[in-house]
Design a protein. Structure first.
Length: 619
């Protein structure tokens, strides 16, 4: 009997078994070394239905990710008795894959571990399945945070005081804030349905200006602005300050233009009123005979009209004609020298006709602003004999002029802060840029930003312009009561509302710093709180060298708006950061899944809409 064929057959069988064993060991080593958890299981049937599964093998990462040790040979219900109740989707998926052989994926949350997992299940043979999984808790938390942040971002945008909108590259409106209805009378839905409404509501005299602006500025990267009038749904004419800038996605691709429209009707009305007042004042100065005075150069005595006594609140019986005494008793100390120079310029012939605006202080401490015009009178021989002129009160005119000047500066600051918010994406640079533009365009003495350290309860400066905060006694404020050198800042922090001081040099709320403030020309202070996600985290402080700078209601409103703009910027930066984290986590997750797909021990194909779109190397 010839046994050679049988020996050859046995040798082939042994070679095949060795090759199979090497192949299995190679794949076993692969699964043991990978970072993802791996489990190979057999479905257990009872009464014809899948009731459990048994762990045949697991890798080291399985134990690291789950914390379960020694599971090989055990049933799933031994390891996790309530698995069918707490993870029904996992149980059904694994059973179905083992039965059908079709791979599936799912995401699951394990309450006991407080972890999220992404699980890929495939079946190498009938009634068996393999599961490859990795933890995605961080990604899930990032997704949740992103959803919450995006919702908050939209909420903040919806409640901005100005009318904000976004045009795509085809000049269609992608988003407009509800404030459009307050300003125009048209709601956001109408603008989003009809983008041409933006141009239709512009006053016909200003429409060419707007059309040229859109044609010339739309594709430019630099910020642009202009003022124009609109006609509201109710027929009212309003003035708008329009500021816009091109926007890009994270890869630098243009995404259209973001615009902010602010209602400046009140400011324009104030400007018109000032022009009218100036015209009336000019006419009055030419024809008015009230408030007149005459100073006799020979007797050195002055003669006043009745209105002069009313303006200076001097009793006729107490007036002896001594102008030097009037200057000493009534003229504001800071303006007394200017009044003396005014008189001297007329007497010496430097100016034949002169005018001067100055302040007087009444007995009750009230300040009144006057404007005087005077000229030198000569006799027939040309010798000076007297000075004569008239005085008119311009307190209200000066107040309106100063208020308008301040409002213009604050509007300029708000506009520049908005441009900084649009342009700057780094938090530290944002804080410093805000301080810089406030001092530059607001013509203020200084500005600085402080952030709250909740652990210590202290406010600490992070940026400043116009002063060196490193030389200041810090901290100025401790919310726990340990330091209260500046109660104005503390008030803003606690109430989340703008707090002001007309003069920090004498304000009781800043008495702990009076000695330090005396070294500087600082007087008015405004402390503007700002928030991140609805929580006050810091204060923006503005200092003016003028007394009583931050007291007008409209000014306070603009400062409050500035705080909202800063808060909006912080939330926008946070949303951008979360978005980048989420996208990075998503890319890492996709890369892991591609790796698993490539090294799976069985052939896997991906079918979409009944079309095979991808296969791994095993197929």
């Amino acid at each position: 009997m010839n046994k050679k064929p049988e020996k050859e057959k046995d040798g082939l069988l042994r070679g095949a078994k060795d090759a199979k064993r090497e192949d299995e060991e190679r794949y076993r080593g692969l699964f043991d070394r990978m970072a993802e958890g791996y489990a190979y299981c057999r479905i257990i049937h009872e009464k014809g239905r899948a009731q459990d599964w048994a762990y045949i093998s697991v890798n080291d990462s399985f134990e690291k990710l789950t914390g379960w040790k020694g599971v090989v040979g055990k049933r799933a219900t031994e390891v996790m008795p309530d698995i069918r109740e707490t993870q029904p989707a996992l149980f059904e998926t694994c059973s179905r894959v083992a039965l059908t052989g079709q791979p599936e994926k799912l995401e699951m949350f394990v309450e006991a571990m407080q972890k999220w997992f992404s699980v890929s299940v495939f079946s190498p043979e009938e009634e068996f399945f393999a599961a490859i999984f990795h933890e995605i808790t961080e990604r899930k938390e990032t997704e949740t945070k992103l959803r919450e942040s995006m919702e908050y971002f939209r909420t903040v945008a919806n409640f901005t005081y100005d009318w904000e909108y976004w045009l795509d590259n085809n000049r269609r409106i992608l988003y407009t804030s509800p404030s459009c209805e307050r300003i125009t009378g048209y709601n956001a839905a109408k603008f989003e349905r009809d983008s041409s409404l933006l141009e239709k509501i512009i006053h016909h005299d200003d429409r060419p200006l707007y059309v040229r602006h859109m044609r010339e500025e739309f594709q430019k990267t630099e910020p642009a602005s202009l003022d124009f009038r609109i006609v509201t749904a109710g027929g009212e004419v309003r003035w708008i300050n329009h500021a816009c800038q091109r926007v890009h996605d994270m890869d630098g691709r243009p995404m259209g233009r973001r615009a902010s429209n602010r209602d400046i009707t009140q400011r324009r009305q104030m400007e018109q009123a000032l022009r009218e007042n100036e015209s009336i004042l000019t006419m009055s100065e030419e024809v008015a005979q009230t408030g007149s005075w005459r100073w006799d150069l020979r007797t050195k005595k002055a003669v006043w009209s009745d209105q002069m006594f009313r303006l200076f609140e001097v009793k006729r019986e107490d007036f002896d004609g001594d102008m030097n005494r009037v200057i000493a008793e009534r003229v504001h100390p800071d303006d007394a020298q200017a009044v003396l120079e005014f008189n001297r310029s007329i007497l010496t012939g430097i100016s034949s006709i002169a005018s001067l605006t100055y302040r007087i202080v009444l007995p009750n401490g009230t300040e009144r602003t006057l404007r005087t015009h005077g000229k030198l009178v000569r006799d027939e021989a040309g010798h000076p004999i007297s000075m004569t002129g008239y005085v008119q009160e311009v307190t209200e005119w000066v107040r309106v002029r100063n208020q308008l000047f301040q409002m213009k500066r604050l509007y300029a600051v708000l506009s520049e802060v908005n441009q900084v918010i649009i342009r700057v994406k780094d938090l530290g640079e944002l804080y410093q840029s805000i301080c810089d533009v406030i001092v530059k365009y607001g013509e203020l003495a200084a500005a600085w930003i402080e952030l709250l350290d909740e652990t210590l309860g202290e406010l600490r400066p992070v940026s400043a312009a116009g002063l060196d905060v490193k030389k200041w006694p810090l901290p100025l404020v401790n919310i726990n009561g340990e330091f209260r050198q500046n109660e104005v800042i503390l008030e803003a922090l606690r109430t989340s509302r703008v707090a002001t001081s007309e003069d920090i040099q004498i304000d009781e709320r800043t008495k702990g710093l009076h000695k330090h403030f005396g070294k500087f020309e600082f007087h008015s202070l405004a402390s503007i709180p700002f928030q991140s996600h609805g929580k006050t985290i810091g204060v923006l402080n503005l200092l003016s060298a003028e007394v009583g700078w931050f007291k007008d209601e409209e000014e306070i409103h603009l400062l409050d708006e500035m705080g909202r703009d800063v808060s909006f910027a912080l939330d926008a930066l946070e949303n951008e950061k979360v978005k980048r984290l989420w996208e990075e986590a998503l890319r890492e997750s996709e890369e892991k899944m591609r790796s698993i797909f490539r090294v799976a021990p069985t052939g896997i194909g991906v079918v979409r809409d009944r079309v095979l779109v991808d296969v791994n190397s095993r197929i």
